[in-house]
Design a protein around this ligand. Structure first.
Ligand code: SAH
Ligand code: SF4
Length: 355
């Protein structure tokens, strides 16, 4: 019957305060509920012992706690873990937990599939199945944090899993608010990064509505012919339009702007491309994240050698453009950038194969 109830994790703190207020409860009760959900990571209302019995019963009559069912889990040799979670409708999404030196980073999905159709990306092959709700986004962080063995904490969340975050704007906005709430996860905006393929009107809306998170923009090519071939979105908003929109996002909203650039052998990784990239980004206070292509089954593209990636990076660095090479984690378990893909809802009774 859980499906008839609302997901309590779809509610931001002010929304939950309003809901409780309408029922004659005091606002601080909402803060307590948030603490139970996100700090103690309670899985049932019955565990919320600081709330009265009656309030717990009211909550349980209207809401479900938004838990996700683990469908599969795979561990990479590099320490990262990929989870497949089954949603209430049987659809599946993927989440990746990645260890850093002192903390963890969680990579969350924002949609089941993706509508953007980038030619090099495995998720694109699914098409867009549906948007995730705020609670379904936030719960990925809760579940990943719960799986941590030891006392290192989740400190960074990157919106770089399945889906185009800015194509699911309202849910993204609510999820960011919940993750940042002092009574929720209390993550600083500087520790959150939203990656977009370049939906220009949504980037403008992001600026206008004052969303707070780092912005990462998947530039991926330096000329429109190549970018259009790789990313259909470029037909609608080309490189110049995209960079114009990025310039308009006030620094205090985007904290830091990162341009992601997938290195595809012979296509985007030519040394002359590096020189063009330097010219394109002239005047931007930004960082470039070079991502050597991660192959997936059926992919037609190839990655450059690491040596060549370093030569590309060197050109940027020598000209004052901060550039890093992202060696994607979880490649051996298909958890790296652009490798996330889940099939549609399983047939009734079909086993959800592990791994
Ligand atoms: N949809 C968003 C976020 C998810 S993809 C976006 O496109 O920005 C995160 C990053 O992985 C993007 O920069 C994308 O260009 C890159 N990517 C996708 N497929 C990849 C692949 N197979 N190898 C390397 N990077 C890939
Ligand atoms: Fe969607 Fe990003 Fe993959 Fe493009 S790269 S299809 S926007 S998930």
């Amino acid at each position: 019957m859980e499906r008839m109830l609302d997901n309590i994790k779809d509610y931001t703190l002010p929304e939950l305060e309003a809901w409780l207020g309408e029922r004659g409860e005091r606002p601080f009760r909402a803060r307590q509920v948030f603490q139970w959900l996100y700090q103690h990571r309670a899985t049932e209302f019955a565990q919320m012992s600081s709330l009265g019995k009656e309030l717990r019963a009211t909550l349980a009559a209207h809401f479900h706690p938004g838990n996700l069912a683990l469908a599969a889990r795979a561990e990479s040799a590099d320490g990262s873990t990929k989870f497949a979670f089954a949603l209430a409708d049987g659809r599946q999404i993927e989440t990746v937990l990645m260890p850093n030196l002192t903390h963890y980073t969680v990579c969350v999905s924002t949609q089941v599939g993706c509508a953007m159709g980038c030619d090099f990306c495995a998720t694109a092959q699914m098409g867009l199945v549906r948007n995730l709700s705020p609670g379904e986004i936030v719960q990925q962080v809760v579940e990943a944090a719960r799986a941590i063995d030891g006392d290192k904490l989740v400190r960074n969340v990157v919106f770089m899993g399945m889906g185009e975050p800015l194509h699911n704007f309202d849910a993204l906005k609510a999820a960011l608010e919940i993750l940042q709430s002092d009574h929720g996860f209390g993550l600083s905006a500087r520790r959150l990064t939203v990656s977009t393929s370049g939906l220009v009107p949504a980037i403008r809306r992001y600026a206008r509505e004052g969303l707070r998170a780092n912005l990462a923009v998947s530039l991926n090519a330096v000329d429109d012919t190549v970018r259009t071939r790789l990313m259909p979105v470029n037909r609608r908003w080309n490189i110049a339009a995209l960079l114009d929109a990025c310039r308009e996002v006030p620094a205090e909203n985007r904290y830091r702007i990162t341009f992601e650039y997938v290195l595809l052998a012979g296509l985007t990784d030519r040394l002359e491309d590096a020189h063009r990239l330097v010219r394109l980004l002239h005047g931007f206070k930004c960082k470039v994240n070079l991502i050597p292509y991660n192959a997936h089954p059926d992919s037609a593209y190839r990655a450059p050698t690491l040596e060549h990636a370093h030569a590309f990076q060197r050109i940027l660095l020598d000209r004052g453009v901060l550039a890093t090479i992202r060696i994607s984690k979880g490649q051996d378990i298909q958890a790296a950038c652009g490798q996330l893909v889940r099939q549609g809802p399983p047939q009734a009774g079909a086993a959800l194969a592990a791994g």
